[in-house]
Design a protein around this ligand. Structure first.
Ligand SMILES: Cc1ncc(COP(=O)(O)O)c(C=O)c1O
Length: 391
């Protein structure tokens, strides 16, 4: 019997990520010391007090059942965090829902709100689940180009009226992955006006809300007047508190949209393990000094990489945020050839930009998931690579 993946699954391409993982394995087998800057999973540990809360709760044998929508204290902790960090007031009962990581919400929202044939506006380049979720839902994707000359902001007035008539959802993310740019308040205000005019639900992915560098402002979409009327924001403890493997996140904002997403989820999952919720509550209600020191560590890593690359003549842009560098590659290369030859010859693994959409061609994404020393070493290897491959 030949079991074949559905047409929808076949449309969802994960081949580039797989290819990078395969190349990495090949390099390791060949005895190369691989510096893996491909996957965006934090190498930092969560704060000790969070792990202690998790361990303590795990000892309670009465807490191993389904938790369904989660415990109310989690929603209260999210409200507290949003007030403290972004000056946003949220009703914990109606304006917060718990997710099994923000990926859970990102994967399911399109399925919950769009019908086959509806359009979803998706950034190009963008985080892959944005597009995949629309494919799963049977919707149409309209890619919004994120170009350097437009500060990586979509040009909303360039979207054709015919598309807008059928558009139900728009996905944005500032700072995002792989594009690390920040948006200002005026962009978010424009998005709100646009969404109201065309009756489009806005999804703002704010997974990197706490990895914002150089004292740039941390602007939650929800802090802009009118945002709750048109949109929801996804956030997560994965990057903020290095709890990526715990699978806990949340969505906040528009009550109706959240209720619809929660209703779909009630058919799909039975909630997050109780001890993980307790750990998340501890993290969200802490004194936040951990977040300040963590951001400084990421800044150091970014600076080590960027200054190392610039010594070799590669002036990659300094990310204003996130755990990535979105680097325009030297001319004469395609993203894939650059990334694959780099890992083969120097053992530095990065992701070719076209893994994130057509307009990612000409870039690579470098994850800051190794200590500064290792990133400096990666930069030295890349310098060698560029020297040796110069034509
Ligand atoms: C932009 C962005 N959004 C969402 C996620 C999903 O994170 P999680 O499901 O762990 O909250 C990631 C993970 O890398 C990401 O880069």
């Amino acid at each position: 019997m030949n079991i074949v993946a559905s047409e929808k699954l076949q449309k969802m391409s994960s081949s580039i990520f797989q290819k990078v993982a395969d190349q990495k394995q090949k390099a390791l087998k060949n005895g190369i010391d691989v510096i893996d800057l491909s996957v965006g999973s934090p190498d930092f540990a969560p704060p000790a007090f969070v792990v202690e809360a998790l361990a303590e709760a795990a000892m309670d044998r009465s807490k191993y059942g389904y938790t369904l929508k989660g415990i109310p204290e989690f929603n209260e902790a999210v409200s507290y965090f949003y007030k403290q960090r972004y000056d946003v007031e949220l009703n914990p009962a109606s304006e917060v829902i718990q997710l099994m990581g923000s990926q859970d919400g990102l994967a399911h929202l399109a399925m919950a709100v769009i019908n086959p044939g509806d359009y979803v506006l998706v950034p190009d380049p963008g985080y892959p689940i944005y597009e995949a979720s629309v494919t799963i839902a049977g919707g149409n994707i309209y890619p919004m180009p994120l170009l350097e000359e437009n500060r990586f902001l979509p040009q909303l007035d360039e979207i054709p009226a015919k598309v807008l008539e059928k558009t139900k959802l728009m996905i944005i993310s500032y700072p995002g992955n792989p594009v690390t740019a920040l948006a200002d308040r005026s962009f978010f205000q424009e998005v709100i006006r646009f969404a109201k005019k065309h009756e489009i639900l806005v999804l703002h992915d704010f997974a990197y809300s706490e990895l914002i560098f150089d004292n740039n402002p941390q602007i939650s979409f929800m802090s802009i007047p009118g945002a709750k009327e048109v949109g929801i924001e996804f956030n997560s403890l994965s990057k903020t508190f290095n709890m990526a493997g715990c699978r806990i996140g949340y969505a906040v904002g528009n009550e109706q949209a959240l209720a619809i997403l929660a209703s779909l989820k009630s058919h799909i999952d039975y909630g997050v393990f109780y001890p993980i919720q307790k750990a998340a509550i501890t993290a969200l209600t802490s004194d936040f000094s951990f977040l300040q020191s963590q951001v400084r560590e990421y800044e150091k890593r970014r600076d080590a990489l960027i200054s190392g690359l610039s010594k070799g003549g590669w002036q990659a842009a300094k990310s204003p945020a996130t755990m990535f560098v979105w680097a325009k590659i030297p001319s004469g290369w395609t993203s894939r050839r650059f990334a694959f030859e780099l890992i083969d010859s120097k053992g530095v693994a990065v992701i070719p930009g076209d893994a994130f959409g057509k307009l990612g061609e000409g870039y690579v994404r470098i994850a800051l998931v190794q200590p500064s020393k290792r990133l400096s070493e990666a930069a030295e290897r890349i310098q060698e690579f560029l020297r040796e491959t110069q034509v």
